[in-house]
Design a protein around this ligand. Structure first.
Ligand SMILES: CC(C)(COP(=O)(O)OP(=O)(O)OC[C@H]1O[C@@H](n2cnc3c(N)ncnc32)[C@H](O)[C@@H]1OP(=O)(O)O)[C@@H](O)C(=O)NCCC(=O)NCCS
Length: 165
């Protein structure tokens, strides 16, 4: 069983290790980037752990705007290549959307236009392509789609995504 939990500082080395594998062409985040993200007051970072407590996925979201006009932005999501296709990405996205849903508002993200798996995952969770950002990723120069999930009711609740506190 996979558990979704808040990311800890001790998870950061493994996150940076996975980044190198998952985003080799696009300036993978180093440990310092995760440390900075984790320290951000408006950011929420989570990990997926297997039965042995091994971290097999991670994701983060920024809660932006204000109470009247909230919005959120998914900053990253990654699953260990050996564990992909097992529903872990889905569990991570649901947990992020549950977090955003506490305040409401739309959720945005950027995704490489050739990232078929991620685009399919996001579309399954209500995201639509709303724009194209040329040369968004560096150093590859790959383009990105901006995707948006409108504000909606009926967000998945934490209990639907295993453990998330
Ligand atoms: C995108 C990613 C997080 C998905 O994680 P995952 O654990 O494999 O996803 P799931 O098993 O929950 O699959 C959810 C859905 O994603 C889509 N998907 C996953 N792998 C896919 C693939 N190889 N091809 C097409 N669609 C795929 C499917 O719609 C799938 O739903 P289905 O199983 O009902 O068909 C994972 O592929 C990954 O880490 N990729 C590298 C990092 C990355 O690109 N992150 C996104 C940056 S924007």
């Amino acid at each position: 069983m996979i558990r979704i939990e808040p990311m800890r500082l001790t998870d950061i080395p493994r996150c940076a290790e996975l980044e190198l594998v998952l985003f080799p062409e696009d300036d993978p985040w180093h440990e310092i980037a995760f440390q900075s993200e984790l320290a951000g007051a408006h950011n929420r970072y989570i990990v997926a752990r297997d039965d042995d407590g091994r971290m097999v996925g991670y994701a983060g979201i920024a809660l932006l705007g204000n109470l009247e006009y909230p919005e959120a932005e998914i900053h990253t999501i990654g699953v260990d290549p050996q564990c992909q296709g097992l529903g872990i990405g889905t569990a991570l996205v649901k947990a992020l959307l549950a977090e955003a849903g506490r305040r409401g508002g739309p959720v945005f993200l950027e995704v490489r236009i050739d990232n078929v798996a991620a685009i399919a995952l996001y579309e399954k969770h209500g995201f639509h392509i709303i724009g194209l950002r040329k040369n968004y990723y560096q150093p590859s120069g790959a383009d990105a789609y901006t995707m948006r999930r409108p504000a909606m009711t009926g967000f998945p609740q934490p209990q639907d995504t295993e453990v998330f506190s």
